[in-house]
Design a protein around this ligand. Structure first.
Ligand SMILES: Cc1cc2nc3c(=O)[nH]c(=O)nc-3n(C[C@H](O)[C@H](O)[C@H](O)COP(=O)(O)O)c2cc1C
Length: 148
């Protein structure tokens, strides 16, 4: 069922080298591209970035999610991609965001530190569930303006 709604959550290692400014401008560019492409094919989701890794939720018609995720996997700006969730869904969790950019506040960056320190990127099902709930909290906190 290519039109079945589908969700993917993955983490990857950030391969963008150079100073923070460069990371910021690369991320701004990829968010702009993502929002245009995703809106066209019906994908919504959220992206988390820190200096070490990316985490991203993609939701939408299964075929569209698979095609965009295929392109994302070819992107040299990251590597070691690990899929934590890949599942059909009944409803979207991020209906309002072609690609939300979340997790930049100090509190949220602290909330993500465990991903590197505790797992050293050896992830599994439990990590997926935990990370998914953190991404959701971040997205909703940011929409509510509660980002301290
Ligand atoms: C961490 C990360 C997340 C990305 N997320 C998306 C996305 O949600 N949608 C998208 O179209 N491209 C995304 N990209 C960019 C794709 O890898 C690719 O550059 C883009 O789809 C090419 O689009 P274009 O053919 O329109 O230039 C992402 C790249 C990275 C590194």
């Amino acid at each position: 069922m290519p039109n079945q709604l589908f969700r993917v959550l993955y983490v990857s290692r950030n391969r963008i080298a150079g100073p923070l400014d460069q990371l910021k401008s690369e991320v701004a560019g990829l968010l702009a591209t993502s929002r245009i492409n995703n809106a066209r094919v019906g994908i919504t989701g959220a992206l988390i970035v820190n200096s070490g890794f990316f985490a991203q939720v993609l939701e939408g018609p299964r075929k569209a999610v698979e095609e965009v995720f295929e392109a994302i996997q070819q992107d040299g700006r990251h590597g070691d991609i690990q899929v934590l969730l890949a599942t059909p869904i009944a409803v979207r969790a991020f209906p309002n965001w072609a690609m939300a950019y979340v997790g930049q506040s100090p509190r949220h960056q602290d909330a993500l530190a465990w991903l590197q320190t505790e797992t050293d990127f050896h992830t599994g099902h439990l990590v997926g569930e935990r990370l998914y709930s953190i991404v959701m909290d971040m997205a909703y906190a940011e929409e509510a303006g509660d980002v301290a």
